[in-house]
Design a protein around this ligand. Structure first.
Ligand SMILES: *[C@@H]1O[C@H](CO)[C@@H](O)[C@H](O)[C@H]1NC(C)=O
Length: 388
């Protein structure tokens, strides 16, 4: 009895010591990416301080089940192999930990991980980043097929009008509009995912859904949400604008652009990029909405979206705008969890104020907290032998 108690006491002491030690490290060391206030959908106004020694663990290797179609091994136009499942995500220093956890979750739960091809979209604003991201991704997923594409911020710089949240004005937030151009011409379909998601189901199921009729995108729809409030009075009071939805198959409903299946052939044929850009140009002149990259998607696709099962986007887990608020899962089956909203799981975990869903996210986190002295050496070795 006494022994037990003294052990648990010393355990407690060790625990407290480790806790304090880690906490001090987090505060003092240039650990990871420092940002205080995470914002919706992507990005915030906080200057991102990048740790040049950022490290991630290697994910366990996942292999194809027998039923999977074999992907050709010729190294020519590998990306054009028709058996591939294409997934696009943005990547930047701020959300790197999220992107890596998201990719990890996809690979872990799919029956054919070797048939996946990831397209990571990086901004061209920091020239050194593209190769650095490729190096980090390769070290975490040595057998993953992927490409880091460069998104020219100048494409949207003059099209972005300030939204109610600066967070939504990050140019990379608009990269999803340009996937048809960014990805290779032979890529005919892509699943776009935000970086703050975790997929807990076989992504092949999402890949296989059919976009009926001439539908260009598929996404879960939320018809009980008040669609009116996504646009301004100026918009609804103009006949010219509000008529936009008249020719649609169904009443337009809100959908979240963080998870979309996109038919890139139809997209390119009818130049949907240009259609979205046109609305952004109008927005610059007449302020027809208050949010960032979402409303132009609603304008172009609202009422013509292939409605995918809600389990593919359990969004809102980031919580409301009230600080430290937690949200639970909606009832029903879950294939994808989405921390849209202000709070991001990695920030809440680091701040030791996690919501219960954040522990679930942590299963997929590959980030390695480290000490300055150790990683100096390790990175020095890495860079000399790096093939990138
Ligand atoms: C929807 O939002 C608009 C604008 O905010 C409001 O005027 C309207 O009453 C709302 N409709 C419903 C059904 O709540």
């Amino acid at each position: 009895m006494f022994l037990c108690r003294s052990i648990s006491k010393s355990n407690l002491f060790v625990f407290v010591f480790v806790f304090v030690f880690v906490f001090v490290l987090l505060l003092v060391g240039a650990n990871g990416i420092r940002s205080i206030a995470a914002e919706n959908n992507g990005y915030d106004e906080t200057e991102v301080e990048v740790d040049p020694f950022l490290q991630f663990r290697e994910a366990p290797e996942y292999r194809n089940q027998h039923k999977c179609t074999l992907v050709g091994t010729g190294n020519g136009q590998m990306v054009c192999d028709p058996s591939l499942v294409h997934i696009a995500m943005t990547i930047d220093w701020h959300y790197l930990r999220g992107s890596i956890a998201a990719a990890h979750s996809v690979v872990k739960h799919t029956s054919c991980p070797q048939n996946l091809f990831f397209h990571f979209i990086a901004s061209d604003a920091r020239l050194e980043s593209k190769d650095e991201f490729a190096r980090i991704l390769h070290s975490s997923f040595p057998s993953m097929r992927f490409k880091v594409h460069e998104f020219k911020e100048s494409l949207v710089e003059n099209l972005i009008s300030p939204s109610i949240r600066q967070a939504l004005d990050n140019p990379l937030n608009y990269a999803r509009t340009y996937l048809a151009d960014l990805l290779d011409d032979c890529v005919e379909r892509v699943i776009y995912l935000d970086s703050d998601v975790i997929v807990v189901d076989d992504v092949q199921e999402l890949w296989k859904i059919s976009l009926t009729g001439s539908r260009v995108i598929g996404a879960p729809e939320y018809c009980h949400a008040n669609f009116t409030r996504y646009f301004s009075y100026e918009f609804w009071s103009s006949d010219e604008f509000s008529e936009v939805f008249a020719g649609r198959r169904r009443r337009p409903c809100y959908f979240n652009t963080g998870v979309m299946v996109m038919d890139l052939v139809r997209w390119r044929e009818d130049d949907y990029t240009r259609r979205i850009e046109k609305w952004m140009e109008i927005q610059k002149e007449r302020r027809i909405y208050n949010l960032g990259s979402l409303p132009p998607f609603l304008l172009v696709f609202g009422g013509d979206v292939e409605a995918i099962a809600h389990r593919w986007n359990q969004h809102g887990l980031g919580g409301d705008n009230v600080r430290n608020s937690c949200r639970n899962l909606h009832p029903g089956p879950v294939s994808l969890l989405h921390w849209s909203g202000k709070g991001k799981p990695w920030e809440r975990l680091d701040a030791m104020r996690p919501c219960s869903v954040d522990f679930f996210w942590a299963h997929y986190d590959l980030y390695m907290p480290h000490r300055r002295t150790q990683h100096h050496q390790r990175v020095a070795i890495d860079t000399t032998h790096s093939s990138f």
